[in-house]
Design a protein around this ligand. Sequence first.
Ligand SMILES: Nc1nc2c(c(=O)[nH]1)N[C@H]1C(S)=C(S)[C@@H](COP(=O)(O)OP(=O)(O)OC[C@H]3O[C@@H](n4cnc5c(=O)[nH]c(N)nc54)[C@H](O)[C@@H]3O)O[C@H]1N2
Ligand SMILES: Nc1nc2c(c(=O)[nH]1)N[C@H]1C(S)=C(S)[C@@H](COP(=O)(O)OP(=O)(O)OC[C@H]3O[C@@H](n4cnc5c(=O)[nH]c(N)nc54)[C@H](O)[C@@H]3O)O[C@H]1N2
Ligand code: SF4
Ligand SMILES: [Mo]
Length: 670
Amino acid sequence: MAEQFTSACPLNCWDSCGFYVTVEDGKVKKVEGDSNHPITQGKICSRGRMLETKTNSKERLLYPLKRINGKFIEISWNQALDEISQKLKEIKDQYGTTAVLHSHDYANNGLLKNLDKRFFNCYGGVTELVGSICWGAGIEAQTWDFGQSYSHTPEDIYYSKHIVIWGRNVARTNMHLFQHLQEAKKRGATITVIDPIFNATAKIAHQYISVKPGMDGLFALGIAKEIVALGLEDKKFIQLYTHGYEDFLQLLNQTSWEEIIEITEVKRETFTKLAHIYTSGPTTTYLGLGMQRYENGGNTIRLIDALIAISGNVGVQGGGANFGNVQVGQSFDISALALPEQKTAHRTFSMMKQAEGILTAKDPEIKMIMVTCGNPLSQVPDTNMVRKAFQSTETVVVIDHFMTDTAQEADYVLPTTTVFEETDIYYSSMYHAYMNYGQAIVSPPGEAKSDLWIWTELAKRLGFGHYFDHSVDEFLKMGLGKLEAKGYTLERLKEQKHLLLPVQEVPWKEKRFKTPTGKYEFTSLAAEKKGLDGKLKKLFPKESYANNPALAKKYPYNLLSIHPMRSNHSQHYPLIDNLQSIKIEVSEDIAREKGLKENEQVRVFNERGEIEGILKILKKAHGKTINIDEGQWRKFGGSVNMLTSNEESDNKLGSILYDCLVDIEKVFKE
Ligand SMILES: Nc1nc2c(c(=O)[nH]1)N[C@H]1C(S)=C(S)[C@@H](COP(=O)(O)OP(=O)(O)OC[C@H]3O[C@@H](n4cnc5c(=O)[nH]c(N)nc54)[C@H](O)[C@@H]3O)O[C@H]1N2
Ligand SMILES: Nc1nc2c(c(=O)[nH]1)N[C@H]1C(S)=C(S)[C@@H](COP(=O)(O)OP(=O)(O)OC[C@H]3O[C@@H](n4cnc5c(=O)[nH]c(N)nc54)[C@H](O)[C@@H]3O)O[C@H]1N2
Ligand code: SF4
Ligand SMILES: [Mo]
């Protein structure tokens, strides 16, 4: 008999949806949107619906595997856990615990996924990754400006007169914001989309502005210059609540219109139009991750924040600089789960440069890599170097659902459970503030085990099993921490399935910022404390004509690698036949310049690597722009990250994935 359960989406996504899941004969049959969930309102995307296919896939890993003489053979859990824990013991005795690297990303939004940190901290402290390939540059930038990166509640959009979508592919990556956009438009708000690609969001906009990739900082600076020239800046806000405005003014005065127009490739009148949009608000800005994935990415987000601040859109209903919403994650007690005080040794690599770290680390060298919730051989920049690094390491352990590109390089592959086979609380620090409850509703196939079970078994063998001697509910309560006393109890959550966390709906309403001065900082003291320049600047991407004309001559095109429509990163490619080839999208001018036609086989290349695929023409894209969606598997043509750079953003905490120059040519088959 079919039964319906309430559950939640675990995927790393803005929307963090609620689900209805139909189960029949012990199998998941259907995943639908929870019509009771205030954000989801019954609608989910195909990635969420396909979690049914993922859970039931014949390709799932079912047994622990060990590589022997280049081949994977099935072994028992006892053998796998005994051998891995023995290696962990030996490494600790011989080299110290930091000879182990924990490589991860955030592929699952579950609260209990933080228990991997508990394991590694109780083990003694391993080499950890810092920064974020995803949003690191922008989060740090907003931390410098406001003290934290906070967003307005989704419904606040209905107070906005104007909506600016800046480098966020809303229709594809943030579907419930897209629904709000359509409704807000009906109610009279104007929509402006700023993006080098004319995407599905641009189609519903009143105006679409195409900026040269990576030059948005200068575009924001130009709008701010026009606002000041017209005398439209919010003088009271600037005077009472900001620090360092003179430095910003000086930058505006030092930058000429000729330079701004030439470099951004935006017309002069567009700056005036935007100056009026920003000062006749309230105007809300939804910043995406696009323009911060450049070497100048932190500074770019800071210049956009500065524009939002001087135009009077900070701390007001219908305004806002909506990028991340870290107040959601900050509601939980992650330390109670992770026990950072247990570690006695510590070393960090930047997430972007983990391969370089592995290849060059001394005292101790990296002897073992353990991978959880990540697929670095597809997702981390410069994957050719990542492959070399993983291949050079004695022992690699990967915990996953599928035989990914990373698992292919492992010595031990451990099969883990999917969302419907384990119990957790799910939330996202990106958009709304609901936490959702998802319980185990089917049994795992084969011998797949939860990450928590694996940590517990390894901890027992290493002599610190008592730290894992708790039930799932006890761990969840630990993670809820102070929320429980405020009435956000596990019992209530189990009953209601989702609860709105107590966060600010309109951040910075009181105009008290979490910066060192307590003000909005145009010049950042937090940056200066870190030994970095806190002033706003005029910066360009690392791989641009302005910074490296020789490189730009050799490799004249900007390669973007945006998120795929139907896959969450690398996760859905093995499940969808017609995703299993590479599509190379180019702006019309490139096709013309190079004499390339739709559906021809082409090769995109730079010094780091090359990739082949079928050419598609991108209508209305910014000149000299190419896109290859990220996440592709090696067996289907390979990851676009073979071409991307592992450098860090200006503020050190982000990637420069889209800061990537390439050339393209037709492939002649014999
Ligand atoms: N379908 C789908 N949805 C997802 C994901 C997925 O993999 N698939 N992943 C989730 C995750 S983890 C994240 S982080 C979010 C990311 O969500 P988004 O921020 O929407 O992610 P991106 O794919 O990077 O797309 C950003 C947009 O920025 C544009 N862009 C690139 N460079 C520039 C630039 O220099 N200036 C400007 N103005 N725009 C630029 C791109 O053309 C693109 O339209 O999406 C989440 N949602
Ligand atoms: N070129 C380029 N590269 C990018 C991006 C881009 O836009 N362009 N986007 C970047 C961004 S925004 C992000 S967030 C990263 C994402 O990078 P990743 O998080 O590494 O990518 P995913 O493919 O989502 O997932 C990684 C693996 O985690 C596994 N997994 C899922 N749930 C669990 C679980 O509960 N336990 C365990 N043990 N494993 C699990 C999945 O099966 C999958 O194989 O990629 C980044 N890389
Ligand atoms: S991937 Fe995002 S939009 Fe799709 S169901 Fe999950 S949370 Fe919702
Ligand atoms: Mo991300």
